[in-house]
Each structure stands twice: as structure tokens, then as C-alpha cells.
Design a protein around this ligand. Structure first.
Ligand SMILES: Cc1cc2nc3c(=O)[nH]c(=O)nc-3n(C[C@H](O)[C@H](O)[C@H](O)COP(=O)(O)OP(=O)(O)OC[C@H]3O[C@@H](n4cnc5c(N)ncnc54)[C@H](O)[C@@H]3O)c2cc1C
Length: 419
């Protein structure tokens, strides 16, 4: 039996757990991080890393972001194309790509990287810190509250960890979040997603734009095509789980049918081949505020249900919450206070930073039900520079998202002349 005593134990070495460990190391705080997988390991995902990932990782070390930017595992991504139900396209740059080739080498506003590679890139960074004890291939499934912390044990009874503080970053199917945190899957705040890697898809956009297609017979779900570094594409579908159940949708069949059914997609896939099987995973959405800390623990990333309810983006919020949990852990260790009352500042910090954008995204998610409205906004934005720029800034500027919540803002934007 391998017995360990530690102040902080992190469950899961995905983006959320890895970020927590790296920011703890930056503060000089040792930790143990355990993952049931051995890296490199796959994770079903769209593989798109947003500007938020870049922003938070820059706080850890700009050099890490530079290395990622120069690594062949990733593609620089400069924007997003929305395809409306009437097939009109709206392309929005995340940031204007500099024309000067010297400047164009600056770090892109977003990346796309297969998770098998990106997560391994992060795990390699963990290994550079002597203060991080990384344990792989150990599935922790017993969590017992003990005086002064938690006693954790793996399935086989070979590993026993005693921790004053548990940072649970074990993802969408976290047993800790369910059993200790009391978080249940609520279908109206949960999305089902499928991923299929393809090669030979034609008509990819300049600037490696990611594409979100809102297809008329598949609303309120969406279909995506994201380009990848090796010439492959990440293709997939996502739909809120309550609609999947209510409409009795077979998502796997739907994904295969979409590619054949819509002429504009059929043409682009005519020479394309899948390179693996369709794989699915859950997306716990942040459309409902939850209690994400308690005595001796904090929940991070998908374990805390922090995925953006409109875009399905969760890596940025996982890394942000990992960072925030590390800051809170420092306060707890310094004040020797791991109580629920002390750790509730973590909840406050997370929802102060993310609450507004999660609420706005939830509103936008609900609008997708109305194809005419989607068509209208796309048509208007294609003719209105201010609206296009507004949407562009939305990807970086949270304050602007606040303004977007005021109905008067839309009124002015949509009905006040051409530009
Ligand atoms: C189909 C789909 C498409 C998506 N597309 C995107 C996208 O394009 N962009 C984006 O930003 N987000 C996307 N997401 C969301 C994104 O994948 C997650 O938000 C992100 O992976 C959350 O990171 P995490 O660190 O919280 O959890 P995870 O990445 O799930 O990592 C959890 C880790 O915990 C480990 N673990 C689990 N249980 C245990 C245990 N008992 N003991 C030890 N270790 C354990 C796992 O092995 C894993 O390594 C998508 C999700 C899906 C399903």
C-alpha cells in the first residue's frame, strides 16, 4: 500500500487539475495530483482552445504559451464562422490578423489542438516541478471525510492519500462532485456531445476559422467542423440533453445523416473519410449556479459544471477555475482554515468572474430555438459593421457582454442606420 500525506490533493490532471497544480507550484505550494489515465490520453472534445486559455496560461508563464504557439500539435485559430439555418454565413475574426508577416507571427487569439496532445503538453509541464507529485493510472473511487480533511483510496486498495484539501478536477463524470458535492446531472443544464475525426474535408476557411452550423432540422443543437494541425478535422454535434430525451434523438445516427443530408456539407465531405469511431461525452453546463466548495474541498472545471451553455467551451473555464482554486488554497493554507466558511470565497470569485457571461450565454442558447431570429441576426450583422465588431469583441471583452444584456443596446445596434 502506497500511503501519502499532503496538504493538497488534486483529482484529475486534465486542463483544470493541471492548471491548479501549476499555479500552486508557482506559489511554492507542494501538491499531489492523481489521474486514472496514463498520459497521453484522449478526451472527447471539439479541441478548440479559446482566448481565455491563452489569457490564463499567460499568467502562469508567457513562455509556455509561446512554446504551445510554436508547437506542431496546434493550429492558430483566428475566428469563427456561424452558419444560420437559411445557410447564410457570418464570419467573425477573434482579432484582426495583422497583414505585416512579422506581426502576424504574434500569438494567435485561439488555438485548436487534439486533446490527446494538448493535455499531454500540460502534463509534461507538471513534470518540470519537483513540488508536484504526479500519480498516473490510479482511479480514486473512495472518498471518506476524516477529522481535518479527506481520506482517498483507489479501486484496488493500493493507494491511500490523506489530504487537508481536495481540489476535484475529475471532469464531467466526477464521483467526488456527485457524492461529496451533491451535484447531480440536470438534463436542462447538461449537453450531450459527439466527436468524429475526419480527413479530407474540403472548403476549410482561411485563418483556420472554426465553424458552427445551426441546421434547420437540428435545432436547438449544432454541428461543428474544426480544422486540425495534421490536415484532419474535428467534426461533431452537441444538443441539450433534455431535448435529446424529449425528441428521442439518436445523436450518433443524426451526426452521420447530417453529413449526407445537407447538400452543402455532402459536397465538402465527398472525398472525406473518418479516421476513428464516433465517441461521446457529457457537457455539464454552467447555466445554473451551484455550490462548488465545502469543508476541505473545491470543485474545478467540468466537475463544477462550468461549461459555457452557448458555445460548449469548457477548457478556458476549467483553467480559470484551476487558477482560482490554487489562489484560494494558498489563503486556506496560510490561515489554516479549510472550512466551508473559508472556502466559500472560491465560489464568490468564480461567479463574480464568470456569472455574467454564463447568464448571457444561457440566454443566447435559448434564442437558438428560433431559426428566424438567428437568420435575422446573421443577415443584419453581415450588413452592419458595428454589429460584426460587437460580436468580435464579445470573444474577448466581458464588459461588453454586460452591455449586451441591456435590450436598449440591441435596439440601437439593430435599428440605428447602417454602421
Ligand atoms: C463533444 C465535446 C466537445 C467539446 N468541445 C470543446 C471545445 O471545442 N472547446 C472547449 O473549450 N471545450 C469543449 N468541450 C468541453 C471540454 O472538453 C471540458 O470542459 C474540459 O475537458 C474540462 O476540463 P477538466 O479538466 O475539468 O476535465 P477533463 O478534461 O475531463 O479531465 C478530467 C481528468 O480527470 C481524470 N479522472 C476522472 N475520474 C478520475 C478518478 N476517479 N480518479 C483519478 N482521475 C480521474 C480523467 O482521466 C481526466 O484526465 C467539449 C466537450 C465535449 C464532450
Amino acid at each position: 500500500m502506497n500511503s501519502i500525506n499532503t496538504d493538497v490533493c488534486i483529482l484529475g490532471a486534465g486542463p483544470g487539475g493541471a492548471a491548479a497544480a501549476l499555479f500552486l507550484a508557482k506559489e511554492g505550494i507542494p501538491c499531489v495530483i492523481v489521474d486514472k489515465a496514463i498520459f497521453p490520453r484522449d478526451k472527447v472534445c471539439g479541441d478548440a482552445l479559446s482566448g481565455k486559455v491563452v489569457e490564463i496560461l499567460n499568467r502562469y508563464d508567457r513562455k509556455l504559451v509561446e512554446r504551445l504557439s510554436n508547437d506542431s500539435i496546434q493550429l492558430n485559430c483566428w475566428g469563427v464562422t456561424f452558419v444560420a439555418p437559411n445557410l447564410e454565413e457570418l464570419s467573425i475574426p477573434f482579432r484582426n490578423k495583422p497583414k505585416d508577416p512579422e506581426k502576424a507571427r504574434e500569438i494567435a487569439p485561439g488555438f485548436i489542438s487534439k486533446r490527446v496532445d494538448f493535455d499531454n503538453f500540460m502534463v509534461e509541464e507538471l513534470k518540470k516541478h519537483g513540488s508536484i507529485q504526479l500519480i498516473q493510472g490510479v482511479d480514486i473511487d473512495k472518498f471518506e471525510r476524516k477529522e481535518g480533511g479527506f481520506s482517498l483510496q483507489d479501486k484496488d486498495g493500493n493507494h491511500h492519500i490523506q489530504a487537508k484539501l481536495v481540489i476535484d478536477a475529475s471532469g464531467a463524470h466526477s464521483q467526488f462532485a456527485k457524492k461529496i458535492g451533491g451535484l447531480e446531472v440536470e438534463k436542462e443544464h447538461h449537453c450531450a456531445g459527439l466527436r468524429w475525426y475526419y480527413e479530407g474535408v474540403e472548403g476549410m476557411k482561411e485563418g483556420n476559422y472554426i465553424e458552427l452550423h445551426f441546421l434547420k432540422d437540428f435545432l436547438p443543437g449544432y454541428f461543428w467542423i474544426f480544422p486540425l494541425a495534421n490536415g484532419q478535422c474535428n467534426v461533431g454535434v452537441g444538443m441539450r440533453s433534455d431535448y435529446v430525451s424529449k425528441k428521442r434523438i439518436n445523436l450518433k445516427q443524426e451526426l452521420q445523416d447530417i453529413i449526407q443530408k445537407y447538400p452543402q456539407l455532402r459536397e465538402r465531405f465527398k472525398n472525406a473519410k473518418p479516421v476513428d469511431d464516433i465517441r461521446g461525452y457529457g457537457l455539464p453546463l454552467g447555466s445554473k449556479q451551484r455550490k462548488i466548495s465545502g469543508d476541505n474541498y473545491m470543485l474545478v472545471g467540468d466537475a463544477a459544471s462550468l461549461i459555457d451553455p452557448f458555445t460548449g467551451e469548457g477548457i478556458g473555464n476549467a483553467i480559470l477555475s484551476g487558477y482560482t482554486a490554487a489562489q484560494q488554497a494558498k489563503t486556506a493554507i496560510e490561515g489554516k482554515d479549510f472550512s466551508s466558511a473559508g472556502l466559500k470565497d472560491y465560489d464568490l470569485a468564480i461567479y463574480r468572474r464568470l456569472g455574467g457571461e454564463l447568464k448571457l450565454s444561457y440566454r443566447m442558447q435559448r434564442l437558438v430555438k428560433y431559426p428566424w431570429l438567428f437568420n435575422f441576426v446573421v443577415r443584419k450583422a453581415n450588413r452592419n459593421k458595428t454589429l460584426r465588431e460587437t460580436i468580435m469583441v464579445m470573444f474577448e471583452d466581458i464588459d461588453l457582454r454586460d452591455r449586451l444584456r441591456k435590450p436598449s443596446f440591441y435596439f440601437k445596434l439593430l435599428f440605428s442606420g447602417k454602421n
